[in-house]
Design a protein around this ligand. Sequence first.
Ligand code: UDP
Ligand code: MG
Length: 310
Amino acid sequence: MKIALIVPVYNEEEALPVFWQAVEPVLQKENGFRFEYIFVNDGSTDGTLPYLKDLSARNKYVKVISLSRNFGKEAALTAGLNEAVQADAAIVMDADLQDPPELIPAFLEKFKEGYDVVYGTRQNRQTDSGLKRISANAFYKFYNFISTRPMPENAGDCRLISQRVVQALLQLPERERFMKGLFNWVGFKSVSIPFVRQARQAGKTKWNYWRLWNFALEGITASTTIPLRLWTYFGFSVSLFAFLYALWVAAKKIIFGNPVSGYSSLMVAILFFSGVQLISLGVIGEYLGRTFMEVKQRPLYIIDEKINCQ
Ligand code: UDP
Ligand code: MG
C-alpha cells in the first residue's frame, strides 16, 4: 500500500533537517507500506527550497511542489492533497515535529483496521501559553455551539485520511479553506488517537493572535450562516420591545402630560442602536467579502515548480 506524507513548509530551514532525521527512521521500520513524501514549499524565502531540492535529488520518493508565493498552510495542504491522488492514504503533518512521528505507526495501525480518518487529539495544551489555551477553548466552544456539524475539540490538522477522503476533500471547491472544518464536514469512519503535542523543535511559529483571530473568523463563516440570521431575531426582539415601550410612553403622555425629559435615555438608545446596526452591517460585510472571493473563482494556489512528481 502506498502512503503519501504531506508536509506544508514555510521558512522551515531549521526544522526540516531535524524533521527528516526523526521521521525517516520511523517510516523505514514500517513494512508493508510504500511511502512518498510530498513537501509543499509555501513560498519560503530562506534555505528551505534548496534543502528540499537536495533531498529530492538524493531520494526519488521525495516529491516537492513549490508554490509561486506564500499562499498559507491551507492552500499548501490542498496542493499536497492534489498530488496524493495515487496513494492509498495520505498523512498530513507539520514540519516542526509538534506532531510526534510516533503517531505515524499508530495511524497506520488504525488504517489497517479499516478507518478512513485517523486524527490526533491533543491531551493537553501545556506547551501553549495561557492566552492561547483560553482562546482555543473559547473558539471550539463557540464553533460547536453555533455549528450544525460539531467538530472534535483539540484535534489538529495532523491526521491520516484514506484515498476516498482525499477525493472527497478535492471535490470541495471553496477558496477559503478552513481545513479543520472541511476534514470534519466530509465525515467517514473516524477514530482519534490522543497524543501530547510537543513544543516546536526548531524555527519559529508562523502564527500570531491577529492571524489566529482571522483564522477563527474564517472557520466560523465558512461553516455556518447563523451569525447572519441572528440579526433577524435580534431585530424582532428589539421591535417588539420598541412597540411595547411606545405604548407605555403614549399612555404616560395621556395620563401625566409631557414634562420634556429623557435626553439621556434618547442618547443612549441612539448610540446603542447605531452600534448594533454597524455590527450587523459588519457581519454582512464579512460574508459578502467572502462571497466575492468565492465568485472570482481564482485558483487556490499557483505552482512554480514540481520535482519528482508525475
Ligand atoms: N505553514 C505553511 N504556510 C504558512 C504558515 C505555515 O505552509 O503560511 C506550515 C509550517 O511550515 C508548518 C505548519 O504549516 O509546517 C504549521 O505551522 P506553525 O508550526 O507555524 O503553526 P503552529 O504549529 O504554531 O500552529
Ligand atoms: Mg507548529
